[in-house]
Design a protein around this ligand. Structure first.
Ligand SMILES: [Zn+2]
Length: 87
């Protein structure tokens, strides 16, 4: 009989350089030191990054492109552009 792993693999994105890591659990974000850029910071769940990328351009601040992902996330929440619906 085949034993199937029930571990899911969730993708998290480095706020600073957008390197991705996989983790077998789903939360909003994780804090870790990035292997790529060496920065200790927040990795956002892929679904949040997708939400940030799908926001309408005319709702975004001028410096949006230069903001880190976690800064965009905080900004979008404050503006009410995205809502946290879980955890
Ligand atoms: Zn990084």
């Amino acid at each position: 009989m085949e034993v199937q792993s029930r571990l899911v693999s969730e993708t998290y994105v480095c706020s600073n350089c957008q390197t991705t890591v996989e983790r077998p659990f789903e939360i909003r974000s994780i804090i870790r030191t990035c292997d790529e850029c060496g920065r200790n910071g927040r990795f956002l769940h892929r679904s949040l990054v997708d939400s940030l990328n799908s926001l309408p351009d005319d709702e975004l601040p001028e410096d949006w492109e230069s903001m880190r992902l976690d800064e965009r996330f905080e900004d979008a929440i404050q503006r009410g552009l995205i809502e946290i619906t879980r955890r």
